[in-house]
Design a protein around this ligand. Structure first.
Ligand code: NAD
Length: 477
């Protein structure tokens, strides 16, 4: 049922040339699923050379030809949906329904880019001279490196690879060594769909060694990374040495503002499943709940009841609503957040502990009266912890919401249209959900401001990230 783990180098699926591997763990059972192969330096150089060699042929294909390959890849994802989904749940832990949903998002992202690649328009600029043609031509940026994390092991590689391939760029993907099977299974769809040898490569290894080697090779023209802020800053520094264009999708700390005129049924029914989706390991997960004083107690009580009712278990059980954390590092982090909250006098209304005799399970946790000084109010928890705090004044809550150096997503609930407009304008994040949380779709731009990174994926902006714009001034002799 689990995927066969291989590297993809110059069109060949194979093991690493030096035979180095690392175990992949099922976070629900702590069993070893398989060994993830590491690429040697020679393997990485082969991938870089192959990508460089493949660039002229891939960029020379028409947008319609590239589109046909991508659409076939999305068809294969549909055909292999169950296998990819099961592989994902086994190695990452999320409930099988969520894994299948992630494959669906991959299909959408690939189809969207397959079509959007046909609309990489240039433009003609009115000229100053008779007979002059003043043109802007989009061109693929070149060999691109995608570094992707373990929380969305299918969507992250696909969102980057589909955009780059649609634009005409060869891709080298280094997916997470903790969730390699999903990356292998989903990228096989592209090679089986007819992506030529060398145009798409997949490697695993020691993350810092791979990124240093690839970035330092001088062959990479574009870097797209999704992961933590410290790693993003480190990669941006490495990339600056070679003037590599970057898209950095980093962490966030999304505030949720719930006003006294909000419909609590809507808020609870949307925010509880969203908070605990993927066990809270989502960069746009709702993270700090600021609730108006007049509805605070009812909100806490209803949120707590809904969190208590969630069925936690192995993601392969179709009844499971929240799976384990993806790795044991997250359990340690959760225990530290909870201890720190207790030290700050916070009341834990449900959860707060590791659970089960095996696997990395942590209870859905709700905290009330959380002061801004508690670590969880400023450090990204990336886990199933929901801190709730009160507010009374609009200005005060907006200041608190904007008070951190991050700005990925924010959410607010109010039935007052004027207030909704003001919130949409004043929240300092790359995405704002007003009375909903639909901020990540194939057709919409996704990315942060401040320390949450720069550049966007998805939408027309996602294709743009893989294009240069060449200006041509042409006259007759
Ligand atoms: P981490 O900071 O060690 O790694 C984060 C991701 O970056 C991992 O996928 C890792 O393989 C990769 N990485 C690390 N160093 C790298 C390097 N030098 N070059 C290339 N890739 C590198 O932390 P972690 O324990 O894996 O995750 C913890 C934190 O990471 C979370 O608290 C969360 O803030 C963040 N994170 C964010 C996202 C996201 O979607 N934005 C995804 C995963 C993790």
């Amino acid at each position: 049922m689990y995927e066969k783990l291989e590297l993809l180098i110059d069109g060949e699926w194979r093991q690493g040339s030096e035979g180095k591997t690392e175990p992949v763990i099922n976070p629900a059972t702590e069993e070893v699923l398989a060994e993830c192969p590491h690429a040697s330096t020679a393997d990485m150089d082969q991938a870089l050379d192959a990508a460089e060699r493949a660039f002229p042929e891939w960029r020379a294909k028409s947008a319609w030809e590239r589109s046909a390959v991508l659409r076939e890849a999305s068809r294969l994802m549909m055909e292999r949906r169950q296998h990819i989904g099961e592989t994902m749940t086994l190695e990452q832990g999320k409930p099988i329904g969520d894994s299948l949903g992630e494959v669906d998002r991959c299909i959408e992202a690939t189809e969207w880019m397959a079509e959007e690649g046909k609309r990489a328009y240039g433009r003609l600029i009115p000229t100053r001279m008779p007979g002059q043609r003043s043109m802007v031509l989009p061109e693929p940026i070149g060999v691109s490196l995608a570094l992707t994390p373990w929380n969305f092991p299918a969507l992250m590689p696909v969102r980057k690879a589909a955009a780059g391939l649609a634009a005409g760029c060869p891709m080298i993907v280094k997916a997470s060594e903790e969730t390699p099977g999903t990356a292998v299974a989903i990228l096989r769809c592209f090679t089986d769909a007819g992506v030529p040898n060398g145009v798409l490569n997949l490697v695993f290894g020691i993350p810092d060694e791979v990124s240093r080697h690839m970035i330092g090779s001088g062959k990479i023209r574009k870097l797209s990374f999704t992961g933590s802020i410290p790693v993003g800053k480190h990669l941006a520094q490495l990339a600056a040495e070679h003037m590599i264009k970057c898209t950095l999708e980093l962490g966030g700390h999304s505030p949720v503002l719930v006003f006294d005129d909000a419909n609590l049924d809507t808020v609870i029914s949307q925010m509880v499943p969203f908070k605990y989706r993927n066990t809270g390991q989502v960069c746009i997960s709702p993270t700090r709940f600021y609730v108006h004083d007049s509805i605070h107690d009812e909100f806490v009580s209803r949120f707590t009841d809904a969190a208590k009712a969630l069925k936690v278990g192995d993601g392969m059980d179709p009844e499971t609503q929240m799976g384990p954390m993806a790795n044991d590092r997250r359990i340690v982090a959760m225990e530290e957040f909870v201890q720190d909250a207790r030290d700050h006098g916070v009341e834990i209304t449900t959860g707060g502990s590791r659970t089960g005799n095996q696997g990395y399970f942590f209870e859905p946790t709700v905290m009330e009266n959380v002061p801004e000084e508690a670590a969880i109010m400023s450090k990204e928890p990336f886990g199933p912890l929901a801190p709730i705090s009160k507010f009374t004044e609009f200005e005060d809550v907006v200041t608190r919401a904007n008070g951190l150096p991050f700005g990925l997503a924010s959410y607010c609930y109010t039935s007052n249209q004027k207030q909704a407009d003001e919130l949409a304008n004043s929240l300092e994040t790359g995405m704002v959900g007003v009375n909903n949380f639909m901020v990540s779709m194939a057709e919409t731009p996704f990315g942060g401001v401040k320390e949450s990174g720069y550049g966007q994926e998805g939408g027309i902006e996602g294709l743009e990230a893989y294009l240069n714009h060449k200006y041509i001034s042409q006259t007759g002799m």
